[in-house]
Design a protein around this ligand. Sequence first.
Ligand code: ADP
Length: 414
Amino acid sequence: MPADNLFYITNGVALSAVLFSLYIAYSMRTVYRLRQAKARVEYEQRQLNAILSSMGEGIVVVDLKVNVLLMNQAAGALLRMAPADGIGKNITSLMNLAVKGERRDLYAILHDFVGTVDIIRAGVGDGYVVTRHDGREFPVSFVVTPFFDNRVVIGAIIVFSDITREVEIDRAKDEFVSFASHQLRTPLGSMRWNIEMFLDGALGRLTKEGKQAFADMHESVQFLIGLVNKLLDISRIEEGRVIDAPAAVDVPDMLNGIIKRVWGEAEQRNVTLHVEKRGGKNFPPVWVDPDRFEDVLSNLISNGIKYNRPGGTVIITLERRDKELMIAISDTGIGIPQEDRSRVFSKFYRASNASDGSVKGTGLGLFMVKLYIEKSHGKISYESELGKGTTFFITMPLFLGTMSAVTAPEKSKR
Ligand code: ADP
């Protein structure tokens, strides 16, 4: 064999050996890196599992078809099942959900939630109850948070808890408030009566200072009587002891009456009131209990005046939208803080910018407004900007003659 051939062969073998060892080294490094990545993923998975298992709340992660992707220990304990058995199953086969006694398909409820970009919360007072696969029930609070892949919603994380104890405490609190209100009614009535006798001069002459002191006392007692009456009213509604007497109500007509009554207060606060009708002057009536609906509108208009600024306005807009009437009550006042959004319609809510003492209030009006509107198949929402103003929107189904068969039952006990 010629020497240069031998040279080429030897060099070729040496080069192959070098390339082969480089390839081996590269593969080993890749294997090493993959092992490292796997160990890291396993460590993170263990860490995540440890966090999820140690959490007291039940956590279930579902995809868009509400099939379970992940379930933690607490969720398994709440649903009385091994978490691993839930994976891959449709959540509706593991539990069902009812709201305020009205059983709704969990799939439908979750479908309203899953796939939206909003975070949805329900707590004590929202009335959600879970029925487990073994038929047992418990009241539940939950937060549904969407999760994303490349900004597209691909599922939801449901965090939930059994709130049996909280619901019991809430019921006990309501019972106490109702009992206390009953007990306070008579003595407060008697105080008012006696104060009025002093103010009328029936119990002797008062000095100027004495008269002022009694007038202040009278105002406070009136406020307390109003508060007690509202609390009793709420207990009656919540216990289902109020029977509404719905009738066909002409809203513009009702608004005229309310505006006449609040005109004095608006003038005192230098606030102007306007009514605007969109899409015609006449509207079909709405089917509501006239007294209760008047309370609703009065409350929102009166709030628009109370929480306004001198020189401000309250505009009430009426607009027919197909089979509904939209009523918007818009003011140029102090606004409602954004962070209070979830509490605005709760009992005793008063915003920090309203509770400084300059405007008296009980924090019960909006709670009652929402309670009644929803009971009457209407909807309520609001928009607000701090320091600029607030608009409350009510939409009510119009009475188009189809409810005429409904006979008005006994008048509500008020
Ligand atoms: P009240 O007015 O007796 O306190 P409401 O239930 O009617 O009770 O209102 C609850 C709270 O919501 C008020 O205390 C106030 O903080 C806020 N609020 C209601 N309406 C308005 C409004 N139009 N503008 C600003 N804040 C409002």
